[in-house]
Design a protein around this ligand. Sequence first.
Ligand code: PGA
Ligand code: ZN
Length: 426
Amino acid sequence: MSEQTSEVRFARVTARSILDSRGYPTVEVRGLLSDGAAMIASAPAGASTGEHEAVELRDHGRAYGGRGVRGAIAAVDGEIAALLTSRSWGGLAELDHAMAELDGTPGYSRLGANAVVAVSILAARAFAHVEGRDLHGWIARETGSVQRLPVPHFNVLNGGAHATNALDFQEFMIAPVGAASEDHAVQTGAEIYHVLAELNRERFGTTGLGDEGGFAPQIADPRMALDLLMDAIERAGYTAARDHVAIALDPAANGFFLGDGRYRVNGLQLGRDELVDYYVDLIDTYPIRSLEDGFAEHDPDGWVAMFEAAHDRVQIVGDDLYVTDPIRIREGATRGYSNAALIKPNQIGTVTQTLDAIAAARALGMNCMLSHRSGETGDTFIADLAVGTGVGQIKSGAPARGERVAKYNRLTEIELDNRDIPYGLK
Ligand code: PGA
Ligand code: ZN
């Protein structure tokens, strides 16, 4: 891949438990290189997870209601640190493979994917450092990508597993695809978000939030949520359209799948074909550009039916369906499930595997969208990853709350420092 690499030598690698944005423990790792440089990385955590995600190691003891990560911390401080400091490393893939071998299980169930992903991100930073590059520039060179500042997909209304309201769909996002720059896209998202706050106060008397910083009013009907979004976009002075401010949905259908091809939406039971019709009707009515996990991971027939009905009009994204696994992504393309994959490094375990997943999707002509998790930290790795791989799309929650805006602020920082990198969808 890269023509010339410098070696990374770790003098010390340690971990500690920090709190994520939901107040649950997660893994933070620190590395000290032999040249004196220090770096840091941390692991996010999902709530609506796919069945085949890499395994987050939790202690299941009394602390933090069983969600402690002392085992994962011990794995970093012990075996992983011993491995990393035992030799110098010529490349990230070599280091990531060595960690996978050390773990020896599928999904890193022994050392913990929460330990492994944090260490892998730390190592990516170490390689960028020894090669004297910004992280996004290093990723671009490693992957042979043309850099691009991604269209942010701001999740401004929350339901499903991320909120306590009756809304079955998990995420209602706005995407300023027609913005002139990343900075302009962020401004657009923030202005609409604040108008949405006003509308929520007026209509529901509340501005309560879900886990990703979006509002979580007492709505059950997805159409009501979409009308609210349309009103907010227009009242803020923007145009709701697929080429201006577009809408993206992540229903996260695992959460309302009843089995046997049946789904519960807004108090109704819909069969597979009825749900396809329901989505098509939404796509006809609203400027929806992207539909993620519209069907459950164990309902392949639903995916195929949805793809056939709408893939020429909207992006169909697999998240829980693919769990950032190159093998599952390839299978999905062959079977006609989707034309895009959501990319979350902690679903698969290492940065190397994440880059493999993006490469697999690309080779098949599929789009990728970079993604945070509903439980987040201040780590901004996915911002650099999105720019460096040039995928053109990212979702990191609302344009509010520190852990969400950290990523958007990193994107505008990259833009400021690199005026030659274009903004927008591929
Ligand atoms: P999660 O949700 O991080 O809770 O899995 C995000 C998503 O479903 O895209
Ligand atoms: Zn999702």
